[in-house]
Design a binder for this molecule. Sequence first.
Ligand SMILES: Nc1ncnc2c1ncn2[C@@H]1O[C@H](COP(=O)(O)OP(=O)(O)OP(=O)(O)O)[C@@H](O)[C@H]1O
Ligand SMILES: [Mg+2]
Length: 338
Amino acid sequence: RAYTQKHRENVLRTRTQDLRQARNLRAAATMALLGVIVLGGVLLLVLVRSILDPVRELAKETEGTQDSPKGKNEVKALSMSVKRLMEDMGRTQTELDKSRETLFQSEKLALVGKLAAGMAHSIRNPLTSVKMRLFSLERSLVLSPSQQDDFTVISDEIRHIDIFLQNFLEFSRPPKLKMKPINPSEVVDTTLTLLRHRLRSYGVRVTVQRKSPLPVIQADPEQLKEALANIMINACEAMEGGGDITVTEDSVFSKTLGPVVRIRIQDTGPGIPISVQDKILEPFFTTKEEGTGLGLSIVARIVEEHGGRLELESREGEGSVFAIILPAKQRGQDLGTH
Ligand SMILES: Nc1ncnc2c1ncn2[C@@H]1O[C@H](COP(=O)(O)OP(=O)(O)OP(=O)(O)O)[C@@H](O)[C@H]1O
Ligand SMILES: [Mg+2]
């Protein structure tokens, strides 16, 4: 009995000890759980403060002034903003490349300008005396038909050099525009009258499609005439054996320029291959043996100085269309119609 009594006491003691240990363990577990919760909370706070808040700020900044909607997926918003930022960067890079190219072109042009001015000085003066002497010789000499033939060739070649120099000169010192209210339709008519003989000699017929004359615009009529003539002469030169030029005039609304007048010059020539279309406006690009390659770059500059645009539509084998687009309203002025 005594043994049984002792054994029970032992069992009781052990159970009490176990119970105490279990309580201690539970208390420790509760403490640990609390600790984990507190630590988790602190971590969450740190995460929000040091990661998500900057992420939100960054998203807000990259989006400009717009507030990004809170509570939405910040990372997604940020990735979108970063994507937009990269697109912006791409665009900026393209613009930078373009302005670098423009700068390069202007440097090239400035150099050409100086060269041309110097060249014109050195060549044009003696050339003028040669021309005058030839003219007086032609009047005083009695020439045989073959000599007369030589004489004509010499005069033609000299005229060619003179035109060449004139182009260079014009290119190097672009004249200041003398803007005045003009009717572009009248300028088209004057140009056609001036070119009448030339067009006939190329076997080219011209049709003008005009419902009513274009509205009056601010422009330099001399420069506009020159631009039209350059395009028409190119068209004549492109149409070997003759062809048709159709001039179409209309007033339209351009998204970028507002109300504009458009003069389209269409030919029935061979067209311009896509591969050279972006080169034809570059100075000195020519496919002609005797061309300077300055004609269209002068046209483009004239149109741009008027605040307009030169457009080309052409497919190889289908003729070419050059469109001169000029703002119909300038400096907020309402010019009305003519
Ligand atoms: N209407 C057209 N049809 C086909 N090709 C054209 C036409 N207009 C221009 N081109 C092409 O564009 C090139 C450049 O023209 P641009 O007027 O600048 O110089 P060019 O005519 O060659 O020389 P220049 O004007 O000094 O006589 C031409 O050599 C030609 O290849
Ligand atoms: Mg030309």
